[in-house]
Design a protein around this ligand. Structure first.
Ligand code: CO
Length: 133
């Protein structure tokens, strides 16, 4: 089941440059910076004051999914992460309903969160992440 929007992921060329805008100018509070090895990204998590965070994503390798996204589309919104409970069941349900999953089993996100992605081809070109703490 869904319990909210956990975060919106934004692909950026460099965190330093993006933080100048989102932290310094826009004024969002930087909560933490983490490397997510599996996704080959460095992530800056910014608080919006509510439940939903903004995550800035910087590729740490040319074969990172974020590097490929930047190449194709440039900087901008990369994904929407729905906070879920029971991620495995939900993934099975989505598969049954004909949605294409990027991962067959959950992957590891920030601080041990379980994450999975639905292929954007299935969902009107919007990459949707399931995120379970
Ligand atoms: Co995410």
């Amino acid at each position: 089941m869904f319990v909210g929007v956990d975060h919106i992921g934004i692909a950026v060329k460099t965190l330093d440059e993006a933080l100048e805008i989102f932290e310094k100018k826009l004024g969002l509070k930087l909560e933490k910076t983490r490397v997510v090895e599996e996704q080959k990204v460095r992530v800056a998590v910014l608080s919006t004051g509510g439940e939903t965070k903004i995550e800035l994503l910087e590729a740490i390798s040319p074969d990172s999914p974020v590097a490929k996204f930047l190449e194709k589309k440039g900087e901008g919104i990369h994904h929407i992460a729905l906070k879920v409970k029971g991620i495995e069941n939900l993934m099975l349900k989505m598969k049954d309903r004909g949605l294409r999953l990027v991962n067959e089993t959950p992957r590891t996100g920030i601080d041990g969160a379980k994450i999975a992605f639905i292929h954007p081809k299935s969902t009107k070109n919007v990459l949707i992440e399931f995120y379970e703490e």
